[in-house]
Design a binder for this molecule. Sequence first.
Ligand code: EPS
Length: 401
Amino acid sequence: MFFKFTTAGESHGKALVTIVEGLPAGMPVDKDAIDYELWRRQQGYGRGGRMKIESDKVEFLSGVRHGRTIGSPITMIIENRDFVHWQEVMSAEPLTAPSVDEPVVLENDGAPKVRRVVTRPRPGHADLAGGQKFAARDLRDILERASARETAARVAAGALAKQLLAQFGVDIKSHVIKLGSIPETPIEKTWEDISAIERDSPLACADKAVEAEMVALVDTAKAKGDTLGGIFEVVAKGVMPGLGSHTSWYEKLDGRIAQAFMSIQAVKAVELGTAVSNAGRFGSEVHDEIFHDGSGFTRSTNRAGGLEGGITNGEELRVRGYLKPISTLRKALHSVDIETKQEDLAAFERSDITAVPAAGVIGEAMLAIVLANSFREKFGGDSMEEMKRNFDSYRTSLEAY
Ligand code: EPS
């Protein structure tokens, strides 16, 4: 990995932390633009009460000086404002009574308090499998880290990746193309249509009439105590041909993108271009024919989503993420208490009805991170100037091809 990042932090812990390595020195850093991406991730009709508590912003601890990168690891923290309500539950101090089924006395103030122990795993969440794997008798040990709260830290890393890509003319956007059953087939929109989505749009959908139906569906799900999934599409514009490689399985950019998208909480399938419908068509109806307009190669269609042989082909990169419905339901599903082994309903605290628009913002971040890594791999350079020289030289050779 050339552009590396790691995140740390629990959903109701003190803060989320992101460490980003591999950016060249001298890259301008726009903190407001990072905070804007974090704000975007918090939006969307159908988010739960937690988003009214949080107001995500980064604070730099290292790696940025006077508005520019200096080549060293960049540390960003995002405060969890909800932590004030969870200080005892999430305390790092040892407990005086470790039994999971008794109220416990916490060492810091000595007062008896009930630990918010979770013993009824939610179907679809990491609770049970994680509990078995890590021998956790309190499933909070699992759910705190499995929570999609972690994605705020990814979006911060992705915002830095976007700022690197912007230096090379690459822009990334997303939109919601299906929410639950609406519409029947995912909507297809141009870059211009997606760019025209207003920042306060309820569901980041480029079709207002469809979006109104989606909003009504969220209301129905909410009334029933249920949840919804859907499909988002991320589009990267301005990516030149030649990122990734056909030469080995681990070099293939489509494989790397799929892994990055599948790692987003609740994403269960990834599609490049219109791959799902392509699978049911003749080859003559699918492959994007090649033309030349005198100055360069062109295509009149982009069903491949901008990748052939695991290499970018100069068309827009189009990646879709399929989200399962959120697995915390107010109308709780059947489960079993891990202590008593008695049948019971799954735990419910507070959750979202749906988070598909937020997942689109996270998808943008993950695509930006994968592309930033490919840019660093291909163009190298310790400073921004050196990287740009290498990039310009490649552009020149492409023009001559
Ligand atoms: C989540 C449950 C909810 C969501 C959370 C993801 O949190 P809470 O239990 O605090 O209400 O709001 O998402 C975020 C906090 C976030 O920032 O996206 C879960 O169980 O995955």
